[in-house]
Design a protein around this ligand. Structure first.
Ligand SMILES: Nc1nc2c(ncn2[C@@H]2O[C@H](COP(=O)(O)OP(=O)(O)OP(=O)(O)O)[C@@H](O)[C@H]2O)c(=O)[nH]1
Length: 313
């Protein structure tokens, strides 16, 4: 219970900039309009677009809102707030098996360009799963930079999990091969691979990921698989563009959206799920190990809208 509150509190704190950006505006619309007219809807559109929900998602939300207002015969703008929250929530569907990998022997490939928070997210995830009593191994399969390998080694040490790594410049697929062998022989519950994500050479990236996937298919066919892309939430709509580019090179099963604490563009979490149909499975709301949270649409929308009611001072 306390842990839940703590989690929600962090989410609320982490989303403050987005809340200030979107909700302050929304509240002023709800109190500033006496009737629900076109201008009212236009104002809502503008606010949502400014919050980085994107044009397409904003349009779907507002259309849905209009439908709900009509169906329910609502006349007072202030009654629209709950409906707007419902409409935003409905854009985000995690699917039933979003965290199935927790219940199975699994391999997680984590992809992302430099600096988005990929290694940090692998470290946080490893630490949390270890704390949940799982046997975790991480693989330093982003071999492009020595610093990335060192950084992951440090995270593994802190999290108390095993790491499989080779020298900078070695073949990522070879690292994954070793890691899979280790995962099998050490009976690991989960193997988390920090893999590459250099988008400027898409063909190479695609080949590299294919090679890694072939190895896992062959050496560890029973493993449950996830390919998660890490995106930097502070880049707003660019994160969406990047997600689309990654979709071209791999079968993405989910998104880790980081750095939501440092941005007013948290609405991008809604846009990604709504436009791409890929669930945001985790969000990063800070630099500490428990600042990576499972995404929960209800909590996310509640944290955006009426946080004050949920959190003690
Ligand atoms: N505020 C905040 N900072 C974060 C979050 N996630 C990661 N960071 C920070 O972002 C910076 C970059 O994170 P890295 O994990 O090094 O990024 P990377 O994508 O692995 O990049 P390389 O290691 O260079 O490949 C670090 O300073 C992290 O502490 C987050 O959710 N919130």
């Amino acid at each position: 219970m306390n842990e839940k509150k703590g989690f929600f509190g962090k989410l609320v704190a982490g989303l403050q900039k987005t809340r200030d950006n979107i909700i302050a505006g929304v509240d002023s619309i709800f109190s500033g309009f006496s009737a629900i007219d076109e201008e009212f809807y236009e104002e809502i559109e503008e606010i949502l677009i400014m919050g980085d929900l994107g044009i397409q998602t904003t349009m779907s939300i507002v259309e849905d809102l209009k439908k709900k207002v009509k169906e329910q015969g609502i006349k007072d703008p202030s009654e629209c707030k709950q409906l707007l929250m419902d409409s935003i929530r409905e854009q985000m569907d995690l699917g039933e098996n979003a965290y199935e990998f927790e219940n199975r022997k699994s391999v997680l490939l984590i992809i992302g360009v430099n600096g988005v928070g990929k290694t940090t997210s692998v470290g946080k995830l490893a630490g949390q799963m270890k704390d949940d009593g799982k046997k975790v191994i991480v693989a330093a399969a982003d071999t492009f930079r020595a610093a990335a390998i060192e950084q992951l080694t440090e995270w593994a040490r802190r999290a108390g999990v095993d790491i499989i790594a080779q020298q900078e410049g070695s073949d990522p697929a070879a690292v994954v091969f070793d890691a899979v062998a280790a995962a099998k022989s050490r009976q690991a519950d989960v193997l988390i691979c920090d893999t590459a994500g250099r988008l400027h050479n898409k063909k190479n990236l695609m080949e590299e990921l294919k090679k890694i996937n072939r190895i896992i298919d062959k050496e560890y066919p029973d493993a449950y698989r996830e390919t998660l892309v890490v995106l930097d939430g502070t880049t707003g709509q660019n994160a969406l563009v990047q997600a689309k580019q990654f979709m071209e090179v791999a079968d993405i099963t989910g998104i880790i959206l980081t750095k939501l604490d440092g941005t007013a563009k948290g609405g991008i979490a809604v846009a990604i799920q709504s436009e791409l149909g890929i669930p945001v499975k985790y969000i990063g709301v800070g630099e500490k190990i428990d600042d990576l949270q499972k995404f929960n649409a209800n909590e996310f929308v509640n944290a955006l809208f009426h946080a004050d009611e949920k959190v003690e001072a």
